[in-house]
Design a protein around this ligand. Structure first.
Ligand code: T1G
Length: 693
């Protein structure tokens, strides 16, 4: 139910927007605001106006759901221009997350007061857009060009005290926003209109500005919106106001239709739909109450998981039977909190309270009171099975036993316990306290309440939590293995690792498969291949580059050399002639005549085999919806967000073209035991898309 009301309190006209859940500026809200404004201006009893919002936040932006519709009047810039032109002073009374069009609305008011917990941002570029209602013109006039650049192009968010210091708001305090506005009015009589747009941008160093802009754009490769947002922003001092506003509007309207904006909108709503599905699952089978959680293994993953739990306010016992490992884990935790304190992310009280939630122990007996136990020990099936035998004996009845394994068979782990229905996978990504993705892996016997508990915990930890089935590598790592295999076959055929990495980096991945392998460690891949034994196809087994590098002690960044050579302290590798020689000798041994590959072939080979494997994941019921696969790779593997996700991208390519391309490789695919998924063929034949299915 949407309402925009005007209430008179003495000579104050209070316009209240009420459009749950976040007061997005839908057409109805814009029309209501314009109508109430005109009523207030016509009412001689009203001398001053206040714009405020009901509910949990002031306007959090334009209504994203309208962006796929034709533009509808009244357009936001016109509404805000009318507001700013008001002959009566207008105060914006702010609280919650004042974002996008909401901040632009506030900027068009003459004064702004905010609750101390309010935050401010123009996040449009994260949606492939630019501020489209005067934000690029009014913000720099209030806060200056450098901070406006950080906010508009860099996505910087300000809290209320920073906003006050920057001149974005004129007052802040505890309590109801309307009361704050009334107090401000009392303390500043008489207020007069103060249009923002007629002010000028405070002087700044243009060279420093351009250097700052270059630095920001370097961090946003491939994204179109930040470049255009910067272009619009420069208009604030390079163009007359009306021309600058016109340019901003033209750029914004064009952005709405762009492929990148469509893709980013798709991701925005997919993330929220997933959270809704997880909440529904948790309602269907009430989760187990978690009073205490135990983590087994204080290594990088275990201590990261303990941090996630403590940050979510959960009492945690971190257990490692190796005292030195436990000390290292504790040190990791303490340095995390002292770092958060130093950077101002946490107050001293918050940091101390969270650190105190983590108790360290050296005996597995300490799991006795835990409602959930997350195992994060060495990635070896026998080792994990032994730990689960002990946990099964020591954990209290009803306790849930979770494993953080990243690809091992969880049914084989559950099978050694007497409580298979209570065993589940919770695959965190490293570093756990940073990475958003959590794969919750169902076993054959898992109880619905156990699944619900893990999903609810994932949401509580702020993770993108995706329920997946049990198979080698689950969803994320199974697709990673397919991409890695294809990349390795490409270099066996004659491509250089640095070419493959460049192509995938230019597509938008943070790094290519060989850079990633060197980062994660060649020894991890070596152990994985050893563990896969029989399941390696002859073609994969023959392509033993990993074994050759491993045998030479080239373990990647950690040993100074892997596929690339690393100068001491350098994370950026250099192509290594030794590896080129090793590849040439390998091809010779295998009787392969090296050939060149186009960038297009490299990209399509890597992506299309992943898309085919993703279709198999759907076919096998490992994952419920195509969008889940997209969210796994967006949040766990750096798939470029502005491309919408792996299967969203497949839909943009066209499934028919993908199938016909795969059929062109069918002989090579057959050699490595890969078949084209019937699901993919069917969708292509019916002219459908993954994300419609
Ligand atoms: N439009 C439509 N729906 C929105 C929305 C929006 N701007 N923001 C949130 N929702 C819905 C969301 O889909 C979900 O719906 C519910 O609100 C709760 O959201 C002209 C062009 C505000 C920080 O980018 O960052 O203004 O799933 O689960 O975690 O220049 O939502 O319940 O059906 O995220 O508490 C700029 C986007 C738009 C802000 C709240 N604004 N939203 O987070 O709840 S472009 C944004 C958020 C623009 C102007 C330009 C967050 C939040 P459902 P939620 P939350």
């Amino acid at each position: 139910m949407t309402t925009v009301t005007l209430q008179r309190i003495d000579a104050l006209g209070v316009i209240t927007l009420d459009h749950p859940p976040v007061n997005a500026l839908s057409r109805a809200v814009r029309a209501g605001l314009l109508a109430r404004l005109q009523e207030a201006l016509a009412d001689d009893g009203i001398q001053t106006l206040v714009i405020t919002c009901a509910g949990r936040t002031f306007v959090a932006g334009a209504d994203i759901r309208e962006f796929d519709l034709p533009l509808q009047e009244p357009h936001l810039p016109e509404v805000l221009a009318a507001l700013e032109a008001s002959p009566k002073p207008v105060i914006a009374a702010l609280h919650g997350t004042v974002l996008g069009g909401g901040l632009e609305l506030a900027l068009a008011c003459h004064y702004r007061v905010a609750a101390t917990a309010a935050t401010f941002a123009l996040p449009e570029v994260s949606l492939g857009l630019i501020p489209g209602a005067g934000g690029t013109q009014r913000l720099p006039r209030l806060v200056g060009a450098p901070l406006a650049l950080d906010m508009i192009v860099g996505g910087t968010r300000l809290d209320a005290s920073a906003a006050l210091g920057a001149g974005l708001i004129d007052g802040l305090g505890e309590g109801e926003p309307l009361a704050l506005a009334q107090g401000f009015l009392r303390d500043h009589p008489p207020l007069s209109p103060r249009p923002t747009a007629v002010q000028t941008v405070p002087p700044f160093d243009p060279d420093a500005f351009e250097a700052q802009a270059r630095g920001l754009l370097r961090k946003l490769p491939g994204q179109e919106a930040p470049v255009l947002a910067l272009d619009a922003l420069r208009g604030a001092w390079q163009l007359p106001l009306s021309a600058a506003l016109q340019r901003e509007r033209e750029l914004f309207v064009a952005r709405r239709e762009s492929a990148q904006a469509r893709a980013l909108r798709q991701v925005f709503f997919a993330e929220r739909a997933l959270a809704g599905r997880n909440r529904a699952l948790a309602k269907a089978a009430p989760p187990v109450a978690l009073r205490q959680v135990a983590v087994i293994g204080a290594g990088l993953m275990g201590s990261g998981i303990a941090l996630c739990l403590a940050n979510a306010g959960l009492a945690t016992v971190l257990i490692d039977t190796q005292p030195q490992a436990l000390e290292r884990g504790r040190a990791t935790i303490d340095s995390y909190f002292s770092g958060a304190l130093a950077k101002g992310r946490l107050t001293a009280d918050q940091a101390n309270a969270r650190a105190a939630l983590i108790r360290c122990e050296t005996t597995l007996d300490a799991v006795a009171d835990a409602d959930l136990i997350i195992e994060a020990v060495f990635e070896d099936l026998a080792v994990k099975q032994e730990v689960f035998r002990q946990l099964d004996r020591l954990a209290k009845p009803g306790a849930i036993l979770a494993t953080n394994t990243s690809y091992l068979d969880i049914d084989a782990i559950a099978g050694v316990t007497g409580r298979r229905e209570a065993v589940i996978g919770m695959h965190f990504f490293s570093p756990a306290q940073v990475m958003k993705l959590l794969e919750v892996v169902r076993t054959r016997a898992v109880a619905p309440a156990v699944l619900a508990t893990a999903l609810q915990l994932g949401e509580r930890l702020g993770k993108t939590t995706v329920a997946v089935g049990n198979c080698h590598g689950f969803v994320g790592n199974r697709l990673l293995a397919v991409r890695e295999r294809e990349a390795t076959l490409l270099v066996e055929e004659g491509a250089a690792p640095e070419q493959v990495d460049r192509v995938l980096r230019e597509f938008g991945f943070p790094m290519g498969p060989f850079e990633l392998r060197d980062l994660a460690g060649i020894d991890i891949a070596w152990r994985n291949r050893q563990g896969r034994g029989e399941s390696l196809s002859p073609a994969e087994r023959a392509c033993d580059l990993i074994e050759q590098l491993h045998a030479r002690g080239r373990l990647g960044q950690k040993s100074g050399a892997g596929y690339y050579r690393y100068e001491p302290g350098q994370r950026q590798g250099q192509a290594d002639p030794l590896v080129a020689g090793l590849l040439a000798a390998h091809r010779q041994r295998r009787g392969l005549t090296p050939r060149s590959h186009s960038d297009t072939e490299i990209l399509e080979r890597c992506l299309f085999v992943m898309i085919n494997e993703a279709a198999w994941l759907l076919e096998e019921g490992i994952v419920e919806q195509p969008v889940d696969i997209d969210l796994v790779w967006l949040h766990g593997y750096g798939f470029p967000r502005y491309r919408g996700g792996l299967l969203y991208h497949a839909d943009q390519c066209g499934l028919e073209r993908i199938v016909s391309t795969l059929e062109g490789w069918s002989a090579a695919l057959a050699e490595r035991g890969t078949r084209i998924s019937p699901r993919l063929r069917q969708l292509a034949a019916e002219g459908r898309r993954f994300l419609d299915s």
